[in-house]
Write a protein that binds this ligand. Structure first.
Ligand code: ATP
Ligand code: MG
Length: 323
C-alpha cells in the first residue's frame, strides 16, 4: 500500500516560482509513489480575501495551475478544501484542546500580528485548520516549503495531544522539505510570497514575468566588476533552473566580471520561459474546458469526503458527541 501524501496551496493570489519549486514540483514528482491528496486551501484564503469574485477566480486558477504543472487527476485526488466540511468540524475539536499561548508562538501569526494589529481569529487559528486538513486523511507525508515547517510540527503536536487525551486516533505526519528549494527568494531577496508582493508569477504574461525579473534587487556593481554569486538574488534563482555544469560556468562569469546583472536577468527570463512553455500550453487547454476542471474537483471532493467521513465518525465517537 502506498503512503498517503497531502498538501495544499491557498488561492490567495497568482502562483509564483516559490510555490512551484517549493511545493507543486514535489507533488508532481511524487504522484506515482504516493497516494496523493492535493487540495486548494480556499478556507485558509478567506483569512485574507473577503471578495466573492476574487476568491472563486483564484480558486479556479489554482486548479488550472495544478493541472498545468503536471498533476494527473487520475493519479492525484485534487479537490477544494471547503468541499470537505468535516475538516472544519475537526478543527473545532482541535481548538478545544489547544491553548492560546501555544498558537501565539507560531511565527506566521507573530509576523501577521506585527503588520496588522487586529489579526482576525481565522488567521490566528490557521495552524489548527491546517492540522485538521492533514490529520483527517491519515496523511503521512506533507511536502511543503520551509515556511510551513512549523505548521506541520503543530499538526504533529496536536495529533499527539488528541491521541493522549482520547486514545490512539491519528497518524503522526512528517513534513517533506527539499533543502535546495526550501526558501525561494523573491525579487527583493525576502521569501517569495504572494502576500509580500515580491513574486515572479509562474503563469504571468511574458511582460509581467520580464518586469518582475528586471526588478530583482542587486548591488550596484558594474559590468566588468567581479560579482559574488552566493549573495546575488538572480544567481539564487538561476540555481533552480540550471544543471551543475551550466551553473559552474555562470559562477565563473560572475567571479571573473564581464557579465552585467542585466544580462544575468535576461538569461533567467529565458530559463523561466523555457520551463513554462509546455505548462502554459496545458493550462490553455484546460482553461478552454472549465467544466472539465470543475468535474475533476468534484470527483476529488467525493473521494476525499469518503475518507474524511470515515475518520470523523471515529473521532466523534472518541470525543463523545455520538450517543
Ligand atoms: P501567502 O503569502 O498568501 O501566505 P505564499 O506565497 O506563502 O502565500 P502559500 O499558499 O502560503 O503561498 O504556500 C503554498 C506552498 O508553497 C507551501 O507549501 C509553501 O511552503 C510553499 N512556498 C511558498 N512560498 C515559498 C517560497 N518562497 N519558497 C519555497 N516554498 C514556498
Ligand atoms: Mg504562505
Amino acid at each position: 500500500m502506498k503512503k498517503r501524501l497531502l498538501s495544499g496551496i491557498q488561492p490567495s493570489g497568482a502562483m509564483h516560482l516559490g510555490n512551484y519549486f517549493g511545493a507543486i514540483k514535489q507533488f508532481v514528482d511524487l504522484q506515482n509513489d504516493y497516494d496523493s491528496f492535493v487540495f486548494i486551501a480556499d478556507l485558509h484564503a478567506i483569512t485574507t480575501i473577503h471578495n466573492k469574485e476574487e476568491l472563486s477566480k483564484n480558486t479556479l486558477d489554482v486548479a488550472l495551475d495544478y493541472l498545468a504543472c503536471g498533476l494527473d487527476p487520475l493519479k492525484v485526488c485534487l479537490f477544494k478544501q471547503s468541499d470537505v466540511t468535516e475538516v472544519t468540524e475537526l478543527a473545532w475539536y482541535f481548538n478545544c484542546i489547544t491553548t492560546m499561548p501555544y498558537l501565539e508562538r507560531a511565527t506566521a501569526y507573530k509576523d501577521a500580528h506585527m503588520k496588522i494589529k487586529e489579526v482576525n481569529v481565522g488567521l490566528f487559528d490557521y495552524p489548527i485548520l491546517m492540522a485538521a486538513d492533514i490529520l483527517i486523511y491519515d496523511s503521512e507525508i506533507v511536502p511543503v516549503g520551509q515556511d510551513q515547517k512549523q505548521h506541520v510540527e503543530y499538526a504533529r503536536d496536536i495529533a499527539q495531544k488528541f491521541n493522549n487525551i482520547f486514545g490512539e486516533t491519528f497518524i503522526i505526519p512528517k513534513a517533506l522539505i527539499m533543502k535546495e528549494v526550501s526558501v525561494v527568494p523573491g525579487i527583493d531577496g525576502k521569501k517569495m510570497s504572494k502576500s509580500y508582493k515580491n513574486t515572479i508569477p509562474l503563469f504571468g504574461t511574458d511582460e509581467k514575468i520580464k518586469k518582475a525579473v528586471m526588478k530583482i534587487v542587486t548591488d550596484s556593481k558594474g559590468t566588468d566588476e567581479p560579482k559574488d554569486p552566493e549573495t546575488c538574488n538572480i544567481f539564487k534563482l538561476h540555481k533552480l533552473f540550471l544543471g551543475k555544469d551550466e551553473l559552474d560556468r555562470l559562477q565563473d562569469k560572475y567571479k571573473k566580471g564581464g557579465l552585467s546583472y542585466k544580462e544575468s536577468k535576461e538569461m533567467l527570463y529565458k530559463e523561466i520561459l523555457d520551463l513554462i512553455k509546455p505548462m502554459r500550453e496545458r493550462r490553455e487547454m484546460y482553461a478552454k474546458d472549465i467544466d472539465k476542471v470543475r468535474d475533476i474537483l468534484n470527483n476529488g471532493a467525493r473521494r476525499a469526503r469518503i475518507e474524511a467521513l470515515k475518520k470523523i465518525n471515529i473521532i466523534r465517537d472518541k470525543v463523545g458527541v455520538k450517543i
